[in-house]
Design a protein around this ligand. Structure first.
Ligand code: GAP
Length: 443
């Protein structure tokens, strides 16, 4: 059943233009995915909500957009060249490679063959810079976005006049040469992170307070965007699970169709990053507190969320299927109906504008007038193809919260029908009051 839900989500994503395999005309490529218009809108709405929550609605965090390529020295100092590894085994028979800790027993899952001894496999993705492809030209696509934040810690602190505690937030692509990819967009080699590094005093008690604070802030962000409380939880890492930089780590887990799994991590990175970058670069990355006259290397509490994993979680959370349909029209009766109950803030299309029929010039003209007026305020879609019931269902399936129908009364009375996605309730609204009405409903 749960796996079934995953297939349904993947099928909806493909059918309705949210997400499709990359390079599909060549048979796809290495679990890379492309976001179509609706997928890009959904992901952008998620990122916008995160960005605003972090950088606009508070005054202690600023945003950054650092480059993906950085000096290879960054990855040496951060410990990623040595410590960013997963356990790899290879089948001696078919030579397929696997992540050891994902295997149930000590046999090749593809052919049953004997496996090699485990070895450490580095996840950083290598590339070459410039025209010469030798060791001196090696660089890495960033394995986590936060290293770009550490590179800009001084620049941001000085130019934005930041006082501890303060944060730097960034959204961007990260790359990992994962041995095993899985579950659609859940674990891929190219993905997007939404990371925030909060710089605090190295005082254990205060640090714990900030850690608890960020755990709560982050889980509340998902809850405020409609994630069901019973489907999200914290899980603290055991000592042997901790990444090389972490002193403490708590995952925010979502109940994906295959079970609870990591959506975001909250980490106490201590002074690992700034101390190591200071040591390797020879730059002083300490902080001088004007009030206490103390100088120290800040510690970091990190919140690190996956934008793609969030897309999958919000889709799974919103997916609803009604056998036999919600409407009683004969046309709809036998069909199952899909309703994507996305939070209004996340819905890709906010308003659909539908003339009752397409062969009446005046209706079409009026509907296009409404569309032309609304499209400057919200992402709207104009649709005149098919019966009105079918058009409602098309919008339900992509999560559009409001459908506006322009009928013959609209021409005479200057009003239209607003139909709400979740309740299917309909009411008449004056066209001249529409912008205020929608502003209220969608705010
Ligand atoms: N800077 C800390 C860091 O990167 P992480 O736990 O390795 O921590 C943070 O990753 C988040 O990034 C994860 O919780 C997940 O949402 C996302 N993520 C990590 N690896 C991913 C992958 N291969 N595919 C998709 N998302 C991934």
């Amino acid at each position: 059943m749960a796996q079934d839900l995953m297939e349904k989500i993947i099928s909806l994503c493909k059918r309705r233009g949210f997400i499709a395999p990359s390079s599909e005309i060549y048979g796809g490529f290495e679990s890379c995915y492309d976001y179509g218009f609706l997928g890009a809108l959904l992901k952008n709405n998620i990122k916008q909500s995160w960005w605003k929550t972090m950088t606009q609605y508070r005054d202690d965090i600023v945003g950054l957009d650092a480059s993906i390529l950085m000096s290879p020295k960054v990855w040496q100092a951060s410990g990623h060249l040595d410590g960013f590894t997963d356990p790899l085994v290879e089948c001696k028979n078919c030579h397929h490679r696997f992540r050891k800790d994902y295997l149930k027993d000590n046999k090749c899952p593809d052919c049953g063959g004997e496996l090699t001894k485990e070895r450490k496999f580095n996840l950083l993705m290598k590339t070459f810079i410039g025209a010469v492809e030798d060791e001196t030209a090696v660089a890495y696509l960033r394995g986590e976005t936060c290293q770009g934040i550490y590179m800009n810690y001084q620049f941001m602190k000085d130019t934005m006049r930041l006082k501890i505690p303060f944060g730097i937030a960034q959204i961007g692509k990260a790359f990992r040469n994962e041995i095993t990819t899985r579950y659609f967009i859940f674990k891929t080699r190219e993905f997007e992170q939404m990371e925030m590094q909060y710089f605090v005093e190295p005082d254990q008690k205060r640090k714990e307070k900030w850690f608890d604070y960020w755990e709560k802030e982050r889980i509340n962000w998902y809850l405020n965007l409609g994630i069901n409380k019973k489907d999200i939880r914290f899980r603290e890492h055991q000592k042997d699970e901790l990444a090389h930089y972490a002193r403490k780590a708590v995952d925010i887990e979502y109940k994906f169709p295959w079970g609870f799994d990591e959506l975001e991590g909250v980490h106490d990175r201590g002074d690992w990053d700034l101390s190591n970058h200071s040591k390797h670069s020879g730059q002083d990355l300490s902080y001088y507190d004007e009030q206490t006259k103390k100088k120290f290397t800040p510690h970091i509490i990190e919140t690190s969320s996956g934008a793609d994993r969030s897309v999958l979680a919000f889709l799974a959370n919103a997916y609803d299927e009604i056998e036999g349909g919600r409407t009683k029209t004969t046309e709809a009766k036998k069909e199952k109906e899909v309703v994507l109950r996305l939070d209004k803030k996340l819905a890709p299309i906010k308003v659909a504008i539908l003339p009752l029929v397409k062969n009446k010039k005046d209706l079409v003209k009026k509907a296009k007038e409404v569309y032309d007026k609304l499209k400057f305020s919200w992402m709207c879609q104009y649709d005149e193809v098919g019966s009105i019931g079918r058009r409602y269902r098309r919008q339900d399936e992509i999560g559009t919260p409001y459908c506006l129908t322009i009928d013959f009364d609209s021409l005479e009375k200057g009003d239209l029908t607003v139909r709400e996605r979740d309740t299917m309730k309909q009411k008449r609204i004056k066209i001249k009051e529409l912008v205020d009405y929608l502003r209220e409903e969608l705010s």
